[in-house]
Design a protein around this ligand. Structure first.
Ligand SMILES: [Zn+2]
Length: 326
């Protein structure tokens, strides 16, 4: 909204449509390239502003790429991963990358997690940081991890989900952290998921190509947390499928930009023949978790994260969908 002076020197109110903005909240440098990145490419190319909030410094990430000589110093890991993120974000097409810089909480099985790490710090302290970004960037759509992370229960991913959901709910409430900027309520909140059915069908396609399964419980390789496909959310929860064919090569390139995180097994998986890559990874799944657009209930699978966002009844009663857990 801008005010422009009239010929009489009066102020005339001109209403401009806010630019579409998509904001994602991820845990570590490399998650932004692995989870739902094809959709970010697609929206960025369509002129949508794309903003990434990366919560941790990735300092506890192991460097499983045998081509990189061992990096012992935590600071060196952080610097290396930040540089990889810079390259990956340019490939995926993020217009803005916000690094919250919290200390990485370490692997799922870590027992000596310090009180200063992202997963252990007071939640509200972190929520206000994301509220600030939302109020500054004014996204209509926010994407984060699912409420069901049994397939890969990384503490930082679970915390990123909690932070993003609370920030989504608080950003539009004027009395919540008034010092964090004027309130702004995003219209839709999504969880990025790869359903168990899709994981299985991708695994079958890899098998037919004589390649190892990308989604497996094997900790030495795989995609998206290497979790048991059976623990991933069922397809019945998926509300939205985004066609990202034509952008799959950039999704792969983004993951490759995180060279330090390229395990030999993951490297092999990313060598999927180009002629089948679009068919196998050309659709990304989401669960619509909050819909404040005022539309009616979804009657069919959504194909656009911004569907209903510029509808007439913005600001109508909140509706929560996709809450059922298997
Ligand atoms: Zn991660």
């Amino acid at each position: 909204m801008v005010r422009s002076p009239t010929a009489h020197g009066e102020s005339q109110l001109t209403v401009t449509k806010p630019k579409p903005c998509l904001l994602t909240v991820h845990a570590h440098p490399d998650d932004e390239s692995e989870f739902g990145a094809g959709s970010v490419v697609r929206y960025h190319r369509a002129g949508t502003r794309t903003v990434l909030v990366c919560c941790t410094d990735g300092g506890e990430g192991r460097v499983p790429n045998p081509d990189i000589s061992s990096v012992d110093d935590r600071t060196d890991v952080i610097v290396m991963r930040r540089e990889e993120l810079r390259r990956a974000a340019a490939i995926v097409g993020y217009d803005e990358v916000v690094l919250l810089g919290y200390p990485d909480s370490g692997a799922v099985d870590r027992v000596d997690r310090p009180a200063s790490c992202f997963a252990e710090l007071p939640l509200d302290e972190e929520v206000v940081r994301v509220v600030e970004v939302i109020r500054h960037e004014r996204p209509q759509v926010v994407v984060t991890y699912s409420d069901d992370q049994r397939a890969y229960p990384h503490p930082d991913h679970i915390r990123a989900h909690e932070v993003a959901v609370r920030a989504f709910d608080a950003a539009g409430v004027a009395s919540a952290w008034p010092h964090a900027g004027p309130p702004w309520q995003p219209s839709k909140l999504y969880y990025t998921v790869t359903s168990r059915e899709r994981r299985r069908s991708v695994n079958e396609r890899y098998a037919s190509l004589g390649m190892d399964a990308p989604f497996s419980a094997d900790a030495s390789g795989g995609l998206q947390g290497r979790g048991d496909p059976g623990m991933a959310p069922p397809q019945s929860r998926v509300t939205t499928v985004i066609d990202v064919t034509s952008y799959v090569h950039l999704w792969i390139e983004g993951m490759r930009a995180h060279r330090s995180q390229l395990r030999p097994a993951k490297d092999r998986l990313l060598r999927i023949p180009a002629e089948v890559a679009d068919e196998v990874f050309g659709h990304e799944e989401f669960v619509l978790a909050r819909d404040l657009t005022g539309r009616g209930a979804l009657e069919e699978m959504e194909t656009d994260l911004f569907a209903g966002v510029h509808g007439e009844s913005v600001g109508a009663h909140p509706r929560t969908v996709g809450r059922r857990l298997a």
